[in-house]
Each structure stands twice: as structure tokens, then as C-alpha cells.
Design a protein around this ligand. Structure first.
Ligand code: PLP
Length: 422
């Protein structure tokens, strides 16, 4: 029976049961952590062969990878990932280990120099705003905030950000210079941008002539089931919509090989690639091509990456299944929470009764279960409804995910009961 439909006596009995369940949970002295969107050690082990590679140092085209140069990144690795990301090799660059660094670089270059289609550097504008689909990736928001860029939130729906709302916002407001989107298996909802939503975002008229979509395809290849969702071909769509320079695509192998020693990619129009390399060439004579070569040797081809990703799924899919199973068993009948059932990516987004997310996180903390702070998936860490909690089940072992999720469910029930008893 839904919790809101309980009589006062039934609610009181429910609260007594939940309080004792919570006391029992606390007495167990747990020390569990569901905050870290990182690969587990078992996943990192899948790539240990990299530690013995490359076997040589000369690339297929004769490049001595030990030396300077090759700002684009190594061709054989770009060929593999161009196929996987659905872009032309010429429009893809391979760089250092972090795509977040690339996003930061692009933003800084827009601020200091302006984009290819800017009238002036963005820093010369009176005000700059970005559209932020929520819930979203906290580091996107803290990056914008570090530059004083104002964040305008729009809902992230099952088929992507609310494109009609975005179109209405950007039509007349030239201070809106860009937007974030995680197009495939988004952080934290797991949702994927549909062709229709993407088409609207790429074709919509924008008051700013240099409006940019930061298309952060961090989880493009991170399927959890046999359904291998294909990302929208954003660069072709942009070109055919007459806005070839609007999207800049980012990706990396952070959650494919080693999060701390992978390869990050940027794909964009030929003009944008030229712009990016011109600026990056001021700070680097070339990326770590030895790392590119060992990744190319390790994977061999795109199918090598696909097979590797299936091994990741074998390890982490049971953890996502445990989250789904436990939340359903413990919460579904009470109608006090909704959660996503991702078929890819790294997170589950849990919405509890509005006004109770911080309380759930606090209760969990006191019971020894670390959850990402409520509001983390919103700009400035503020969820106006205090209802969203991001769950990250990849890192702990399966048994710990199960115990932690059972504890989380107890906290959600108690917080909901407290709220309704007020
Ligand atoms: N983009 C999204 C959406 C992420 O969730 C993450 C990591 O959690 C990153 C980017 C970080 O990527 P990288 O390790 O390539 O800097």
C-alpha cells in the first residue's frame, strides 16, 4: 500500500518498524561507500596487459612514438576510436588521459580567444550562461562555476534534455553560449539522447552565433546489456543542419582501460579541430603517443574494444541488477521513490520523496554507508526539490553493493515515514 494512503495508526506502526530496522542497521557498524563512480580493481585488471605494452615504439606509419610531434594523436588508435564513436578519423584527435581536461581547455580557449564563430572572446561578453540538463555531472557544473558562468537548468528526460525548453531559452538570449549533454547513458540517469532531440538541438536557432554543445560521450561504449545503444551521429547531423561548428564531442578510455592512464578524444568539425589544435599547440608539442600505441596494440581493432567492454559488463551488470532488485523489493510497494534502470553507464539516479534526499544521505552516513551528497547532480550542489540521490555501484564488490543498497532502502523508508508523520 502506498505510504501516503496509510491511516495515522498505520503510519505510526510503520514508523516503529522502520525505526527498529534502522537501529539494527546502525548497530552493524558498516563501512560502505556508494559514492565513487570509478571502475573496480577487478575491472582495472582487465587491462593489465597494457603494463607490458607497447612491444616496440614505431607506429604503423613509421612514427617514432618516443619523440615529439603528432599533435593529432596516433593514427592507428584514432582509426579504432573513429569507428567506435562514429566520426571521421580526420575529425578525431587523441590526447592525454582526461577528457575533462579537454573540456576545460576548450572552455578556456573560448573564454580567452573565442570560438571559430565568435565575434569576440567569451570573456569580453557582459555575461555568459550555459544550459545544464539536470540531474547531470557535478564536474561539468563546478567547471562552469569556476569561471563564473551562470547555469540555467533544464530537465533531463528519458530521451535527452528538454529540447523545446532549450530552444525557447537560446532563441533570444545571446548570453547563452553553450550547453552540456552526456548523450549516451548519461551521468547520472543513464538516459540516451534520441535522434529527434539531437536534431532539434543541432538545428535550433540561437541568438549567440557561437553557441556550442559540449557533447560529452563519456559512456558511449559502456553497455550493461546486450542492447548496444548507438549514439547519435552528432557531427553529420550538425553539418546537415547547417551548424557544423556547434557540437564538440568528448570521450575517453578512462572507464575502458585505466582511469588514470587512458586516452582522451575530441571530435568536431574540421574547422573546430584546426582551432583546437592551434591552441593546444601552444601548450604541447605532442601528446603521449607511447600510451596511444600501447592502447592500439592492446585493442588491435574496434572489435577488440567491443569484446573488452563486454567483459566490463560481466563484472558490473550484476551490481546494477542488485540495485534494481533491492530497490524494487524494498520500496516499490510504498510508492515513495523512483529510480532509473540504466542499460549502460555508471550510475543509478534515485528520486525519493521531495524534501527527504538530504535526510536519507544523513541517515545512511550515520549507519556507515557513504552516499554522494544530496544535490550533487545539480549546479552549486543545490537540488531545489531535495529529492535526487546518485548511486554509484561499480566500485564496491557485489556483496557490499547488496548490503549497502538494503541499508539505503531502510533509510529511504525511515526518511519518508518521518516526513509524512510531520
Ligand atoms: N564525463 C562524464 C559524464 C563523467 O561521468 C566522467 C567521469 O565520471 C568524466 C567525463 C571524466 O572523464 P575523464 O576521466 O576522461 O576526464
Amino acid at each position: 500500500m502506498a505510504l501516503v494512503d496509510l491511516s495515522a495508526e498505520e503510519l505510526a506502526a510503520f514508523m516503529t518498524a522502520q525505526k527498529s530496522a534502522y537501529d539494527e542497521l546502525k548497530s552493524r557498524g558498516l563501512k560502505l561507500d556508494l559514492t565513487r563512480g570509478k571502475p573496480s580493481a577487478q575491472q582495472l585488471d582487465l587491462s593489465n596487459e597494457l603494463l607490458k605494452l607497447p612491444t616496440g615504439y614505431v607506429a604503423a606509419d613509421g612514427t617514432d612514438t618516443r619523440n615529439y610531434g603528432g599533435l593529432h594523436g596516433l593514427t592507428e588508435l584514432r582509426e579504432i576510436f573513429a569507428e567506435l564513436l562514429g566520426v571521421n578519423v580526420d575529425q578525431l584527435v587523441a590526447q592525454g588521459n582526461s577528457s575533462l581536461t579537454l573540456m576545460h581547455q576548450v572552455l578556456v580557449d573560448c573564454l580567452l580567444h573565442g570560438a571559430v564563430d565568435s565575434e569576440r572572446p567569451w570573456s569580453g561578453e557582459d555575461k555568459i550562461k550555459f544550459i545544464c540538463p539536470v540531474p547531470g555531472y557535478d564536474r561539468h557544473f563546478s567547471l562552469l562555476n569556476s569561471f563564473g558562468i551562470e547555469m540555467v537548468t533544464v530537465p533531463m528526460n528519458a530521451d535527452g534534455p528538454d529540447a523545446d525548453k532549450i530552444a525557447a531559452l537560446v532563441k533570444d538570449d545571446a548570453s547563452i553560449k553553450g550547453m552540456w549533454v552526456v548523450p549516451t547513458y548519461a551521468n547520472p540517469t543513464g538516459d540516451t539522447v534520441s535522434q529527434e532531440v539531437a536534431a532539434k538541438l543541432l538545428a535550433m536557432p540561437t541568438a549567440a552565433p557561437d553557441f556550442k554543445i559540449f557533447w560529452d560521450n563519456a559512456y558511449a561504449l559502456h553497455h550493461l546489456t546486450d542492447v548496444e545503444t548507438k549514439s547519435v551521429d552528432v557531427l553529420s547531423l550538425a553539418a546537415s543542419s547547417g551548424n557544423p561548428n556547434r557540437p564538440i564531442l568528448f570521450a575517453s578510455t578512462s572507464k575502458i582501460t585505466f582511469a588514470g592512464a587512458g586516452v582522451a578524444f575530441l571530435a568536431a568539425s574540421t574547422e573546430n579541430i584546426g582551432w583546437f589544435l592551434k591552441h593546444v599547440g601552444m601548450s604541447s608539442i605532442g601528446p603521449d603517443k607511447v600510451n596511444h600505441l600501447r592502447h592500439a596494440e592492446f585493442f588491435k581493432d574496434a572489435d577488440g574494444v567491443r569484446a573488452h567492454m563486454r567483459k566490463h559488463a560481466e563484472i558490473i551488470a550484476p551490481k546494477f541488477e542488485a540495485v534494481e532488485r533491492i530497490l524494487t523489493e524494498r520500496l516499490a510497494e510504498h510508492d515513495i521513490a523512483e529510480w532509473t534502470k540504466p542499460i549502460g553507464g555508471y550510475f543509478v539516479s534515485l528520486d525519493v520523496l521531495p524534501g527527504t534526499a538530504s535526510r536519507v544521505v544523513q541517515l545512511a552516513k550515520e549507519a556507515g554507508i557513504a552516499l554522494t551528497p544530496a544535490g550533487s547532480s545539480f549546479p552549486l550542489g543545490t537540488d531545489p526539490d531535495d529529492e535526487n540521490i546518485r548511486l554509484a555501484p561499480t566500485m564496491p564488490p557485489l556483496e557490499e553493493v547488496e548490503v549497502a543498497m538494503d541499508g539505503v532502502a531502510t533509510c529511504v523508508l525511515l526518511a519518508a515515514g518521518e516526513y509524512l508523520s510531520k
